[in-house]
Design a protein around this ligand. Structure first.
Ligand SMILES: [Zn+2]
Length: 399
């Protein structure tokens, strides 16, 4: 699955032009005028920008409606309306997790994503259907994208007895991350919920990535409980809080101490840069030393109609939501969608440097800020040294 390739005349992170020699899927040399080794294909970079592969650090591959007939959304306003509606609709709408995750993965790859963290529903109605389907895609599409799975109790953990046992089975089956969801708002038992998910982390030696939509004081309370457990269990650097809307509260007396604790315990934050909810302040978190990543969340699902799996567009949303205007600020937005995601997912061989995996995106543009603003569809995507997508066409067909 690895390949060798000589990419001529590209500009790493919009810097000076040079050549990149890839050997067996890894960046072997970055220099000017590298002689082409015999038999190695040569790609003309045309002076375009090359960045490391985009990182989709939070999505739900198992339940996208991509490629299915248009879903007319008439769902109710509450979080539980969306959760119940989705669970009850899955079989009726034929949302087969294997097929749908493959479709979204191909779409992600052709937009430039090389790594995906997917939360995958585990519930008493569908058991491990989602996990098995996404695992089939992970194994079957490894040549274009690396996928890791979060076992995710979307319908609640304790409010639906039997879910915890299924979560245990999902971890046993090979999910890489334990998921969780609104300990107060959904399960109404914060201690019970958090003890259960942290217990699974301890049992399997795996990290936690918990959805936390709870706003204001309630979200801050849950965050404090997560902080307490992270410290007590020595899980520094192994916990991600996804959404963390409470960090967008205007009450600095509430937010600032939390950010200090997150930085001290190396707890990461995922934000989609939502258009409506309060959102974590990206600049402030990055300045405090907190790892920040981003993701599309659900793409074209029963929750909402939007999404195209483009993490360059997501960087624009991060910029818009955080009022980023300066070029150095837009670079932070792009970092969140590349390096930040790689740090959260602990991708060891990630980056634009010799010895790292040759997972790259080549795009036209003068500066990194311009990349985000123009979001050119002319993208060449390299996975382990092989060009896997060119101008919106993947080497893999979606089912
Ligand atoms: Zn999510």
């Amino acid at each position: 699955m690895t390949a060798s390739l000589l990419i001529r005349n590209v500009r790493p992170n919009a810097g000076a032009a040079l050549d990149i020699l890839v050997e067996d899927g890894r960046i072997a040399r970055m220099a000017k005028d590298i002689a082409a080794p015999a038999g190695v294909p040569v790609e003309d970079g045309r002076g375009e920008i090359v960045i490391p592969g985009l990182v989709e650090a939070h999505t739900h591959l198992d339940k996208s409606l991509w490629g299915l007939p248009w879903y007319v959304n008439e769902v109710g306003p509450k979080l539980l309306d969306k959760i119940d509606n989705e669970r009850e609709s899955k079989k009726r709408l034929d949302i087969d997790p294997a097929r749908q995750s493959a479709r979204q993965s191909v779409q992600s790859s052709l937009m430039g994503t090389t790594h995906i963290r997917s939360h995958v529903d585990v519930d008493t109605e569908h058991g491990l259907w989602g996990v098995e389907g996404v695992m089939a895609t992970r194994d079957g599409y490894r040549d274009i994208v690396d996928i890791e799975l979060v076992a995710f109790p979307q319908s609640g953990l304790l409010r639906r007895p039997g879910t915890l046992e299924l979560m245990d089975q999902a971890m046993k089956a090979g999910c890489e991350i334990v998921g969780g969801l609104d300990p107060c708002g959904i399960d109404r038992d914060p201690k019970g919920h958090l003890d259960a998910v942290f217990g699974l982390c301890q049992k399997y030696g795996k990290p936690l990535d918990i959805h936390l939509h709870e706003p204001g004081e309630m979200g801050a309370f849950s965050t404090e409980l997560i902080i307490e457990r992270t410290r007590a269990l020595g899980m520094h650097g192994k916990v991600t809080i996804s959404h963390a809307f409470c960090l967008g509260s205007p009450d600095m007396a509430l937010v600032d101490p939390l950010i200090g604790e997150l930085a001290a315990l190396d707890i990461a934050i995922m934000t989609t840069a939502p258009s409506r909810s309060a959102a974590p302040p990206v600049r402030k978190l990055v300045d405090a030393g907190v790892r920040v990543c981003s993701g599309s969340d659900g793409i074209r699902d029963t929750w909402g109609p939007y999404g195209n799996a483009d993490m360059i567009e997501r960087a624009m949303f991060v910029g818009l939501r955080n009022n980023f205007r300066r070029d150095d600020e837009l670079k932070i937005a792009l970092d969140v969608c590349t390096q930040g995601g790689a740090q959260v997912m602990e991708i060891a061989d990630y980056g634009l440097a010799e010895g790292k995996a040759a997972d790259l995106v080549i795009m036209p543009g003068e500066t990194l800020a311009e990349l985000i603003v123009t979001r050119s569809p002319k993208r060449r995507v390299v996975k382990r040294g092989r060009i896997v997508a060119r101008d919106g066409v993947s080497v893999r067909a979606a089912p």
